[in-house]
Design a protein around this ligand. Structure first.
Ligand code: 3H9
Length: 705
């Protein structure tokens, strides 16, 4: 075996030259991989003993694309480039076969498309996820993929960034053979067959039949734009992908490649791409807990107990059933239990109807679900997740009871969204086994899971819950104990500003527009209408009833979308908020009764009040050690609350604005609006004074080494 670079080597097997990449952990196409491949291709072509060439990766996966860390390097587009590798592959005088396992993504998949043939394991996945990094496939993907799949399917694949299975790739002509068993042996056999049968060197660049339809029907592009407009609002890369494919259809191959390159460079330099790439690593960083190393022992979770079959309990249960983990769900009455189980079954049936799962899947999942009316049914589960009403006394009683019922080693988790886990843990004889698992509603869909670490929670329990979260498809982020944890505490800061704006300055539609235009899916008041205004509302206990706008709306039966109106009106079957004159009058009356003289405010200041109040709260949260890193807060806000990912995250955004600018604005706004909550937090002041960013700040001194 000949070593060509630190990651690539070459050897001949059965008359076939094999180029092997080994660049752990995932074979990213770093500089030395690209250089090794270029040198290896030259060597293989001039090697008389090699009649064909196989491209093979060691380790867990085929190339998942360019090394993303290199994008920060201004010389990233200089030789040896991925495009250079692909040109050599495509132009090779001997057949080149890509042997794909794991994931062929981005530049890795583009490299495979440059080969004359592709074989793959049945479990392999192929895709162009660049859009998720704010860029477009820049090594020929937008020019080659439509030549195989046709324009519509290629656009769908590239603008979603979602990979397809090997089976789908075979059906679409992207893969020539699925190899059962040993991949390299299968690829070698395939290569020898190409040679013995004298098969052609298939170059995707040579065929463009699949582009014909789009050439005759250019409207396909605008139709496509419209179809993805809602989902891609604010993102740059999807439009760049469409423009590049327009080039593919109208330009000769090499010109289309140049067009793609120009668009790629434009995207790469954009703030959106930088933010999205930051987020890629932030998300992976959320798995790392400094004092809980990777090799911390974990407990097996083979049976789960859920207490409460309401909306949260049902949604939580589905996560486990989806992974074929049995769940026992406990309710206090047969009626509530039947209702809860019925909803789960109905949800699965509707998913099956849409073709996303099979009828057999529904049966299997439902067969793993047991209902019970006594907590004793949880005696042998490995974890209990309590999802009862958000009431401390009730939760304490439940934990005291299950402590006496559950087997030793069983993890006792609460799905509280606000309450103090330490107080709950103190009701048990095993506080080391108690933890918070804050799922977000709908719990079977939302990806975020706040894992609340109590003072006594053991590292083993924490590591188990992080692992379990990933297993059920969640983005798990560890947080400390405080009211509302990270997500809801920061949401509270924004809500208080929106409420104050409502009372003193602006109408719901004006305030919500600012938030929506910033990139959130909806504003504060539309969000409340969706959740229901009566959540947490107590008619008799509400103070200052005359000036409390929510109270005024609730007493008029305006409880939100579910009653056809709240802060807005909703037409039957519609979720589009429509401003209502009566509500606006209620708001004006409330201001008057409170003795407030309403005054105009600019959209810019509204945004600053809401977002900078969030930044301020984030600084307090970091200072208190409730979040371990600023990037954790960003992950929570993107996955739990729809923070626009092309702005990186709350603290990343603040860093871009400059913490000194934010401090100056907060000082101005806190004086102008006489609001102590807008006074800059000590940590924010400190970082701003030192010219630092949130990214510079790591506070781990409260953790044991
Ligand atoms: C591109 O190709 C542009 C082209 O069009 C060419 C233009 C000219 N680079 O996710 P994991 C790290 S753009 C650098 O936990 P998994 C990752 O940070 C690229 N590092 O594993 C982590 O590090 P750590 C398009 C990378 O098994 C470790 O590897 N491609 C890269 O759950 C393990 O990662 C993509 O966007 C990379 N490309 O999933 C694909 N990839 O351990 C990006 C991973 O220190 N990658 N790392 O935290 C993925 O989607 C997943 O990593 C993959 C494995 C599915 C491959």
């Amino acid at each position: 075996m000949k070593k060509l670079s630190q990651s690539v080597s070459y050897e001949v097997k059965d008359g076939v030259g094999v180029l092997i990449s080994n660049n752990p952990p995932v074979n990213a196409m770093s500089y030395h991989v690209r250089q090794g491949l270029i040198d290896g291709l030259e060597m293989a072509q001039s090697d008389e003993n090699a009649q064909a060439i196989v491209l093979h990766c060691e380790g867990r996966t085929f190339f998942p694309g360019m090394d993303i860390t290199e994008f920060a390097n201004p010389n990233v587009l200089e030789a040896p480039t991925t495009t250079g590798v692909i040109e050599k592959l495509e132009g090779a005088s001997k057949p080149v076969i890509a042997a794909i396992h794991g994931t062929a993504l981005g530049g890795g998949f583009e490299t495979a498309l440059g080969c004359h043939y592709r074989v793959a394991t049945p479990s392999a996945k192929l895709g162009l996820p660049e859009v998720k990094l704010g860029i477009l496939p820049g090594a020929g993907g937008t020019v080659r993929l439509p030549r195989v799949l046709g324009v519509q399917k290629a656009l769908e694949m590239m603008t979603s960034g979602n990979p397809i299975s090997a089976g789908q790739a075979l059906a679409g002509g992207l893969v020539d053979e699925i190899v059962e068993g040993d991949l390299l042996a299968g690829a070698l056999a395939f290569a020898k067959n190409v040679v013995s049968e004298n098969k052609p060197l298939v170059r995707i660049r040579d065929s463009d039949d699949k582009l014909e339809d789009a050439r005759e029907n250019r409207a396909i592009f605008d139709d496509f734009r419209k179809s993805i407009a809602r989902k891609t609002r604010g993102f740059k890369a999807p439009e760049a992908i469409i423009r590049s494919v327009e080039g593919t259809v109208s330009l000769p191959f090499d010109e289309a490649l140049r067009n793609e390159r120009d668009l790629f460079v434009e995207c790469l330099k954009s703030p959106e791409a930088k933010a999205q790439q930051y987020f890629f690593f932030a998300e992976r960083g959320a798995r790392k807990i400094p004092d809980v190393p990777k090799d911390t022992p974990t407990r097996a979770i083979q049976k789960v107990g859920v207490i409460g079959a309401g909306t949260m309990g049902g949604g939580i249960t589905m996560n486990f059933l989806n992974r074929e983990i049995p769940v026992t769900i406990v309710e206090t009455s047969q009626e509530a239990l039947d209702r809860g189980l019925g909803i789960i079954e109905k949800n699965y049936a509707s998913t099956a109807k849409k073709g996303r799962i099979t009828e057999d899947d529904v049966k299997t999942r439902m067969s793993l679900l047991t209902g019970a009316l006594e907590l004793e049914a949880l005696a042998d589960v490995d974890i209990v997740i309590e999802a009862v009403f958000e009431d401390m006394d009730l939760k304490k009683t439940v934990f005291e009871k299950i402590d006496g019922i559950c087997k030793p080693g069983c993890i006792l988790a609460s799905n509280t969204s606000y309450l103090n886990i330490n107080e709950i843990a103190a009701m048990t004889s095993r506080p080391q086994d108690v933890i918070g698992l804050h799922f977000f509603s709908p719990a079977n869909i939302m990806r975020l899971l706040e894992v609340v670490r109590g003072d006594e929670t053991s590292k083993e329990v924490l590591a188990t819950c992080m692992k379990m979260g990933a297993h059920i498809g969640k983005i798990a982020v560890v947080v400390g104990v405080c009211r509302g944890f990270v997500g809801n505490r920061i949401l509270g800061a924004r809500m208080r500003q929106s409420d104050d704006l409502l009372k003193k300055n602006a109408m719901p539609k004006e305030i919500d527009k600012v938030v929506f235009d910033f990139g959130f899916p909806m504003g504060s008041f539309a969000m409340r209408d969706l959740a229901g205004l009566d959540i947490g509302w107590e008619r008799d206990k509400t103070p200052d009833k005359d000036t409390n706008i929510r109270h005024q709306l609730c007493t008029r039966g305006r409880l939100g979308q579910k009653t056809g109106g709240g802060f807005y009106d909703y037409e039957a079957g519609s979720r589009v908020p429509v401003p209502n004159a009566e509500v606006e009058q209620i708001i004006l009356d409330a201001s008057e009764k409170a003795g407030v003289t309403r005054k105009e405010i600019s959209g810019e200041d509204m945004l600053k009040r809401m977002v900078y109040a969030m930044v301020n709260e984030a600084a307090k949260i970091l200072d208190e050690g409730i979040a371990l890193r600023a990037s954790h807060i960003d992950v929570i806000w993107v996955y739990g609350y729809g923070w626009p990912i092309y702005r990186g995250g709350l603290t990343y955004y603040a860093d871009q604005i400059g913490l000194d600018n934010i401090v100056a604005d907060l000082e101005r706004l806190s004086t102008e609006y006489n609001d102590p909550e807008l006074e800059p937090a000590p940590l924010l002041r400190e970082l701003a004074k030192e010219g630092k960013t949130f990214r510079d700040y790591v506070r781990l001194d409260h953790l044991e080494a």
